[in-house]
Design a binder for this molecule. Structure first.
Ligand SMILES: Cc1ncc(COP(=O)(O)O)c(C=O)c1O
Length: 392
């Protein structure tokens, strides 16, 4: 039966079929692991954090489970947690952030979904900087918008000039993730100020959606510069998936300072979207847990050590790579077609994701949230891949 005749949404089907390479490579890794054994492959495909959760988190989870409270919560989230998150954001910036400006969400993915739904009308444009998180174009399209790509610079950082050139009268929002997935690049405060100046000079108000799941995973003594002080019309999307190693639990938050234009209407839209997209609200048990341990995070030092080692192995294999400053991804340039390279790598039992999934061909993404021995194995597999490459 041809797709035309299927009694289904053609729009959703085309998005589903276009879905990115990350999960495909992850599935491939599972097949290879079943065939050869997990200790014969180096699966660097998925950003699934492997560091153990802090013991205080497990203690809080047990305590909350014993309370046995499982009823619905307000759609915007548990009042104590909203207040705690707002107080911290207000302390760390010069902006007025109050509990009314916080919505607890189903991870950053849920936060992005409601932010886009709250902002976009059909056909509105959303600017993404390449390389971008591979799900962004799908989220934008599902919210009725059109993704527009602004090329990042050679260090994979958002480029203010490319941003200026991408703005049209239909631009409603820009998504920034800092540090960046897939490259680990970290924009500094000066870069954020230049991006903000471009948005402030635009003819219409443009929202900056700051997607920050990796904000607390930064290396070399650096800090992620705060966006609340840099951008005027800003919506911050937070997540505990990576900082607490709990991506399966689906918990995050959206924060909006009270001095943005149309604040009450925006909050009404966000809270409505949280309910009506089917989330109703974020998982109650995790809201109660986080209200008990709001400042907890895993120590990112093991990621930094692995960043150092994998960078060394990749360079020793002859590939160029920009040193990542945060998150847990390496994004080396590869010779030839990145999809062909990823296939050659899979044949050598090394799973990586082609850069074209992130809007930047000619690269591959390696997730180093894996055990040290997997990183060593990846180095061995990569050396074999480099030998197999066709020579010109
Ligand atoms: C840049 C970026 N944004 C959002 C997400 C989604 O995170 P969450 O698990 O909080 O929904 C991810 C997950 O990998 C990500 O890398």
């Amino acid at each position: 039966m041809s797709d035309q005749k299927l009694p289904l949404s053609q729009e959703t089907r085309s998005l589903a079929l276009a879905s990115p390479g990350v999960r495909r490579m992850f599935e491939r890794g599972r097949e290879l692991a079943a065939r050869y054994g997990a200790d014969a492959i180096a699966d660097l495909s998925l950003g699934n954090p492997d560091l153990p959760v802090p013991p205080e988190l497990t203690e809080a989870l047990v305590a909350v489970a014993q309370e046995a409270r499982h009823g619905y919560l307000p759609n915007a989230g548990l009042p104590e947690l909203r207040r705690t998150l707002a107080d911290r954001a207000a302390r760390e910036s010069r902006r007025p952030v109050t509990a009314e400006g916080v919505v607890v969400t189903v991870g950053a993915a849920g936060g992005l979904a409601i932010a886009l739904r709250a902002l976009l009308d059909p056909g509105d444009e959303v600017i993404l900087f390449s390389p971008y998180f591979s799900e962004y174009p799908l989220y934008v399209r599902l919210a009725g918008g059109c993704p527009v790509v602004a090329e990042g610079d050679r260090e994979h950082l958002p480029d203010p000039e490319a941003l200026r050139a991408a703005i049209t009268p239909r631009t409603r929002a820009v998504i920034l993730d800092n540090p960046n997935n897939p490259s680990g690049s970290l924009a500094d405060a000066e870069r954020l100020a230049r991006l903000a100046a471009v948005l402030d000079a635009a003819e219409q108000p443009i929202w900056l959606i700051s997607d920050e799941p990796y904000a607390d995973i930064v290396f070399d003594g650096l800090r992620t510069p705060p966006v609340l002080d840099a951008f005027t019309n800003v919506i911050v999307v937070r997540s505990w998936s990576k900082t607490l190693s709990i991506p399966g639990e689906r918990i995050g938050a959206v924060l909006v300072p009270a001095d943005v234009p149309a604040f009450p209407e925006l909050m009404t839209n966000l809270i409505f979207a949280n309910r009506a997209l089917g989330f109703v609200h974020a998982p109650a048990i995790w809201q109660r847990v986080l209200a008990r341990v709001p400042d907890l995070a895993v120590d990112p030092a093991p990621y930094e050590r692995r960043r150092n080692r994998l960078t060394e192995l990749v360079r020793a294999a002859g590939l160029d790579v920009v040193t990542p400053r945060g998150a847990f991804y390496l994004f080396p340039a590869v010779p030839g077609d990145d999809q062909v390279f990823a296939e050659l790598a899979a044949a050598q039992r090394l799973l990586v994701v082609p850069g074209s999934s992130f809007g930047r061909p000619g690269h591959v993404r390696m997730a180093y949230c894996v055990a040290d021995e997997v990183i060593e194995r990846a180095g061995t597999c990569l050396a074999r891949v480099m030998k197999e490459l066709p020579h010109e």
